[in-house]
Design a protein around this ligand. Structure first.
Ligand code: PBG
Length: 322
């Protein structure tokens, strides 16, 4: 294929030609919308660093979830902000905890919406780390039991899928065992398999009040410099029984999404995180970029890199724009 015999511009001449040969799309069926649930009634509090996102009490969450379902978005992922925190994060697995209450209300009142829960301790611990602390270190194996208890409590409340985001070694296996032992062998695990220690989570930590009170998460989340380590993490999670492998964040890690797509037979998810969202929003508000077009281009790029599923705070805006 050589110029002038081959002219690539010929099939770009009209929108119908371009659409006909387009390789990738952002259908709503691939999107998951993250939501933050808080205690109380009639709460719909804007999250400062994430314009368009809210802290919602269960009653408002139900209204929001109905709107999301009716817009054609298939699923949500829930994060809970508890009334009180303690060193063990015990509200994470409380039968009447905030996520457990939200899930059972959603399953009753919003049939047809896929309800996924984030499984982690950092929103529930007073120190803000994702596991138990001993001598200023995050303890791996004693944390596994608490994560498994948390996932099981979400399944009992009616969650359709659980998504562990803590990055402890062995947690997918521990959660799979706990679910299987209690007749939840039909509940899939979407593991945050490849989760980097990223500065792009900044706005989320304000939203979830989950910033670590000392140190950082670099002893359990991955080093942004590493790609082969992603293969090791994803291999372990697949062997332990993960059903979907997630990469997080998304846009700065398109190479990793592409790598996992090529190396693993499981569906791949990508999380376009809070910082990715807020940067686009902020530059758009300043008039420096066309935020609508950048939103679509970034999601399209994440799909093109190989993500089957995208978790994105833009899900509602996309649904309204198509
Ligand atoms: C909890 C968790 C985090 C995010 C999802 N689950 C924060 C973190 O690891 O500090 C980040 C999501 C986002 O930034 O949108 N461990």
């Amino acid at each position: 294929m050589m110029f002038p015999e081959y002219r690539p511009r010929r099939i770009r001449r009209t929108e119908s030609l371009r659409a006909m040969v387009r390789e990738t799309d952002i259908a709503l069926s691939h999107l998951i919308y993250p939501l933050f649930v808080v205690p109380g009634k009639a709460v719909k509090q804007p999250i400062g660093a994430m314009p368009g996102c809210y802290h919602l009490s269960v009653d408002k969450l139900i209204e929001e979830a109905k709107e999301i379902r009716d817009l054609g978005i298939p699923g949500i992922i829930l994060f809970g902000i508890p009334e009180k925190k303690d060193a063990r994060g015990s509200e994470a697995w409380a039968r009447n905890g905030i996520v457990q209450k939200a899930v059972s209300a959603l399953k009753k009142k919003v049939p047809g919406l896929l309800v996924i829960t984030d499984v982690c301790l950092c929103e529930y611990t007073s120190h803000g780390h994702c596991g138990l602390i001993a001598k200023q270190e995050v303890e791996n194996d004693p944390t596994l039991e608490l994560l498994a208890k948390t996932a099981l409590s979400h399944a009992r409340a009616g969650a359709d899928m659980v998504a562990p985001s803590d990055m402890m070694d062995g947690r997918v296996g521990a959660i799979r065992d706990a679910l299987d032992e209690h007749d939840f062998d039909h509940i899939p695990i979407m593991s945050y398999a490849v989760k980097y220690a990223s500065a792009f989570y900044g706005p989320f930590r304000e939203a979830a009040d989950s910033a670590p009170q000392f140190g950082d998460r670099r002893s359990y989340q991955m080093d942004p410099a590493n790609a082969r380590e992603a293969l090791r993490e994803a291999t372990l999670d697949m062997q332990e029984g993960a059903d979907i492998l997630m990469v997080k964040p998304a846009l700065p890690y398109l190479d990793i999404i592409h790598l996992l797509r090529q190396e693993f037979p499981l569906p791949i998810a990508a999380y376009q995180v809070s910082g990715e969202y807020s940067m686009i929003k902020a530059a758009g508000e300043k008039g420096w970029i066309d935020a609508q077009r950048v939103m679509k281009e970034s999601l399209l790029s994440i799909r093109r890199a190989g993500a089957d599923v995208i978790l994105t705070y833009f899900a509602k805006e996309i649904a309204k724009s198509v």
